[in-house]
Ligand binder design. Structure first.
Ligand SMILES: Cc1ncc(COP(=O)(O)O)c(C=O)c1O
Length: 389
């Protein structure tokens, strides 16, 4: 049966990073973009309608944060994740990445070392460096078919490098790992022991495949909110990245005060009206769409895995437990990263994210975005198989 997610839309000429920028980067027209974490799907209808209704009024002045927006957020977190939030614990920001910058400035000093994982979403390291701090990247272990944290390595780094801030990706991009409560408990206790503040980037929280379940870092144990903050958004879940809105959930008053102080230094706490409207409509009315989306993504993931197993067995895929990203291991092909990337673009005509941007362990890997119509995905995979199969 054809679903809305099967519809192919041309995104060319929409100033899309995913589609329009690659023409300039690679000087080619017919590339299939399977990179960048946005989806080639239309947002939920009620979100489009809410934005249209606002646009129709034609006046685009400054906005306040309405109570109805807070209510929609509080309801979403409580209902889906048993995560109780109060209005005063919610701060807004144009994006999770800007908030990572704010947190780095608020909770560390220039020259301090910040702990992240390897591999992990590349702006973590970029933001640490851009703010004059030092990156310490603890390699994730590939075990049991997925990534696991190396707590002994993390502890050694925290001690030796006097680390006071850890940025966690929960669920994990690019590995698609949905961390278990026990794992979060262990890493949280470790951080607590050494006075390390945890910034949990939970932007992929809603993109989780059953039977896996997202556990918000604040719900792991009653005292976890004392030393951690959550950064999240509706924009990844509902394909609204361009409207720019995100939330920081900060229960500890001192962590909230210092975060907000840094936000105020550059007036970062006011955001686009479209972001407010889109977020509220998505959380209020987007759940049925999300349920269908997750089924579609799970099928794309299974399909990709089966396709590779059958047609390209030397390229292996870590099955994502969450996110719409697949971590592919091309290392058996024996190519350098430069060769691999060149051949994917020039011979196969597909654009994936180079694994190396996510850390040293990304060597020989690529990240593939599964969030497109199955026809697009199939065409991309067939092109890859034709070159490397
Ligand atoms: C883990 C993670 N954090 C943050 C972002 C981007 O967040 P924002 O657009 O709100 O800055 C992404 C986008 O892919 C992501 O994967």
């Amino acid at each position: 049966m054809m679903t809305d997610f099967d519809r192919q839309y041309s995104r060319l000429g929409t100033a899309s990073v995913k589609w329009d920028s690659i023409r300039e980067t690679y000087g080619k027209d017919d590339l299939i973009p399977l990179w960048v974490a946005d989806m080639d799907f239309m947002a939920p209808r009620p979100v489009i309608k809410a934005l249209q209704d606002y646009t129709e009024k034609g006046i685009f002045g400054y906005s306040v944060f309405p109570d109805s927006l807070y209510d929609a957020i509080i309801d979403w977190e409580q209902t889906r994740y048993d995560y109780p939030l109060k209005k005063e614990e919610i701060l807004f920001s144009p994006g999770v990445v800007p908030s990572i910058g704010v947190a780095i400035q608020a909770y560390t000093a220039p020259g301090d070392t910040v702990l992240i994982h390897d591999p992990v979403y590349h702006p973590f390291a970029n933001m640490v460096k851009a703010n004059g701090r030092v990156v310490s990247a603890s390699p994730l272990l590939e075990q049991n078919g997925h990534f696991e944290m190396d707590l002994a390595d993390m502890e050694a780094r925290i001690k030796a490098e006097n680390i006071k801030l850890f940025i966690l990706c929960n669920p994990h991009n690019p590995g698609g790992r949905v961390w278990l409560r026990e794992e979060l408990l262990a890493v949280g206790r470790l951080c607590q022991k050494y006075g390390v503040t945890v910034v949990a980037d939970e932007i992929h929280q809603d993109l989780v495949f059953a039977p896996h379940r997202h556990v918000s870092f604040h719900t792991v144990a009653p005292d976890f909110a004392d030393f951690s903050i959550i950064l999240t958004a509706a924009t990844k879940t509902f394909n609204l990245a361009g409207i720019k809105n995100s939330m920081a959930y900060i229960k500890n008053a001192e962590l909230r005060r210092t975060f907000h102080q840094v936000q105020e230094m550059t007036e970062q706490a006011t955001i686009s009206t479209f972001g407010l409207i889109g977020t509220e409509a998505a959380y209020r009315y987007g759940e049925p769409w999300l349920t269908e989306l997750l089924a579609y993504l799970a099928e794309n993931s299974r399909f990709t895995h089966d396709f590779l197993t059958e047609k390209l067995p030397r390229v292996t895929m870590m099955l994502p437990e969450g996110t719409y990203l697949a971590w592919l291991d091309f290392s058996q092909l024996g190519l350098t990263d430069a060769q691999l990337q060149k051949r994917l673009v020039e011979e196969a005509g597909v654009v994936l994210n180079a694994g190396t941007i996510f850390g040293k362990q990304g060597n020989g890997h690529m990240r593939l975005n599964l969030a497109c119509p199955k026809e697009t995905l199939t065409a991309g995979l067939e092109r890859i198989a034709a070159v490397f199969g």
